[in-house]
Design a binder for this molecule. Structure first.
Ligand SMILES: C[S@@+](CC[C@H](N)C(=O)[O-])C[C@H]1O[C@@H](n2cnc3c(N)ncnc32)[C@H](O)[C@@H]1O
Length: 179
């Protein structure tokens, strides 16, 4: 396994196959991979979502300067935000701030955006997978569990859909409406 700056895995080998399956599931779930969509990949890591999308224009933002395509996501033009296995690394307050910023962005835009999230369920099956993929530290940066993330986000935005991917990952989408 190769590591990018700050220890973000580039998901080669078996872990890469697992990530591809997760992302294919995410595309089927979120239905945002079309030519008329502009997607902000918040916490883009090594940019696998952009490589998986066939049609949508994907803008990658990451807190790690070596990985991000843009310095500020707030001044980009997008109608969809994807947070794929990212929000677990934020504190509840940081998630709330992120929601506030998304709300402000949507207000300025004056039309709704779609927020698509996915989280590791951190189940026994995930732990088994971590041992199999030799990634014992995969959950090390966890600050909140997926249920708490959903609790925070669904108080701000309207939930559209939620799907459990084989007990491993939970995908949840929300509509952010201008107010
Ligand atoms: C587990 S990786 C997932 C990467 C990518 N979304 C994927 O599924 O392949 C989590 C990513 O979130 C980024 N991240 C963590 N906190 C962040 C924040 N506050 N703002 C933006 N990116 C953040 C990390 O730098 C890392 O690249």
């Amino acid at each position: 396994m190769r590591l990018t700056p700050d220890g973000v895995s580039d998901y080669s080998g078996l872990a890469g196959i697992y990530l591809s399956l997760l992302l294919k599931h995410l595309l089927a779930f979120g239905q945002f991979d079309s030519a008329d969509r502009r997607v902000l990949d918040f916490g883009c890591g090594t940019g696998k979502l952009a490589k998986t999308c066939k049609s949508a224009c994907v803008i990658g933002f990451d807190i790690i300067p070596e990985l991000t395509q843009v310095e500020k996501w707030q001044n980009q033009d997008f109608d969809t935000v994807v947070c794929h296995h990212v929000l677990y690394a934020l504190t509840p307050n940081e998630i709330l701030n992120f929601c506030d910023e998304l709300q402000e962005y949507t207000n300025q835009r004056e039309s709704s955006i779609l927020l698509v999230t996915a989280h590791s369920r951190q189940s026994w099956l995930n732990k088994f997978g971590m041992a199999l993929l030799q990634r014992p530290d995969a959950h090390k940066k966890t600050k909140v569990q997926w249920e708490q993330i959903d609790d925070i986000v669904s108080k701000q935005f309207s939930k559209v859909s939620s799907k459990n991917f084989f007990g491993l990952s939970q995908s949840i989408s929300y509509e952010v409406r201008p107010n």
